[in-house]
Design a protein around this ligand. Structure first.
Ligand code: ASP
Length: 331
């Protein structure tokens, strides 16, 4: 189903490379964080997510299906902070947030504060397609999931020992005298997942899923389930973000990237770089994003030591990278 089409954009004939799928498994990973086995497992999971999503695109299915399939694989992979393997809240629970958006129709679905939904992205999709709402939270969202026949699990399903140890470390750091005055939740986010896709018919979609930030409290909700902050898709541009969510909300980061593409004619790479590497840091945050435009151009800006990331296009070969200085050929 892969094909190369051409279109006239701003008076110029451009090649459209599609379909195309881009994924991330979160910014915030630093050299030294991973054992060789963990690194290998993360690369394998990214490649598996890319293959799963791309199989949908090759079969002529919509970008939304590719995003859902890729994010589901990453939610199931315990090394990422989404679904199983999510980080812990201050009071020792896994609390999941997610959203999805269809660029062609402008429809969106989102859910926050989930404790039992095995694959949160499937609930975001159901909220988008089967309810009159965009966002549901907590018990109500899980009640809707139950009604829709979406798989629910015991909350212990999400627990991994590594995340538990990260929470214990964060709690210890919290109790140090300087903690109250420190504005940075040091090393608090790792491994949110997301995907953006361009299907054979030129439609874009974006989705994001996360456990949020280690040691978060009081019903904290980050950017990932907020349409326009952590996720955005329109007819020209799709974005999934990862980073210190409060700053992605305050800068409406995902929407801001696409607004710059739409309104100022900025290239995707430039808009994504400006928002993620300038606007968000100026506000005090950090992180990364994946972005894809309707011409099949992708961008992977981030300002941490690493970001799990990858893409797959016409040749059907997954391209995956983690570290800052690691080359990743662009589509
Ligand atoms: N953005 C997420 C949040 O703030 C965390 C992450 O990207 O890892 O909830």
């Amino acid at each position: 189903m892969a094909r190369r089409d051409f279109a006239v954009r701003d008076g110029v004939l451009v090649a459209l490379d599609r379909p195309l799928l881009v994924v991330h498994g979160g910014a915030g990973v630093e050299p030294g964080d991973l054992t060789a086995e963990e690194e290998q497992a993360a690369r394998a999971a990214l490649a598996e997510a890319l293959r799963a999503g791309y199989a949908r695109l090759q079969a002529g299915m919509p970008a939304l299906d590719a995003v859902t399939a890729a994010v589901t694989v990453l939610e199931d992979a315990p090394m990422f902070n989404a679904g199983r393997g999510a980080v812990f809240t201050h009071d020792g629970r896994n609390e999941l947030d997610t959203s999805i958006m269809d660029g062609a129709s402008g429809r969106a679905g989102a859910a926050a504060g989930l404790h039992r939904v095995r694959n949160p992205i499937t609930l975001a999709r159901a909220i988008m397609e089967k309810s009159r709402h965009v966002m549901m939270v907590g018990d109500g969202a899980e009640q809707f999931a139950r009604e829709q026949g979406i798989a629910l699990v015991d909350p212990s399903y999400f627990r991994t020992e590594k995340r538990w140890r990260q929470l214990q470390q964060a709690l210890q750091d919290d109790s140090k005298p300087h903690a109250l005055h420190s504005d940075a939740p040091a090393r608090a986010y790792f491994g949110t997942v997301g995907a953006v896709a361009l299907d054979a018919d030129g439609r874009l979609a974006a989705g994001t899923s996360t456990g949020g930030m280690t040691n978060k409290r009081y019903g904290r909700v980050g950017d990932s389930p907020i349409i326009g902050a952590g996720t955005w898709a329109d007819a020209r541009c799709a974005v999934s973000g990862t980073g210190w969510g409060e700053f992605y909300i305050r800068t409406a980061a995902a929407h801001e990237i696409c607004a710059r593409v739409r309104l100022s004619g900025s290239s995707l790479a430039r808009a994504a770089d400006e928002v993620i590497n300038r606007l968000v840091p100026q506000a005090g945050g950090d992180g990364g994003a994946i972005a894809l435009d309707a011409q099949g151009k992708a961008a992977f800006p981030f300002n941490t030591g690493g970001m799990y990331r990858g893409w797959i296009g016409a040749d059907g070969v997954p391209h995956v990278a983690i570290w800052r200085d690691e080359p990743l050929p662009l589509p």
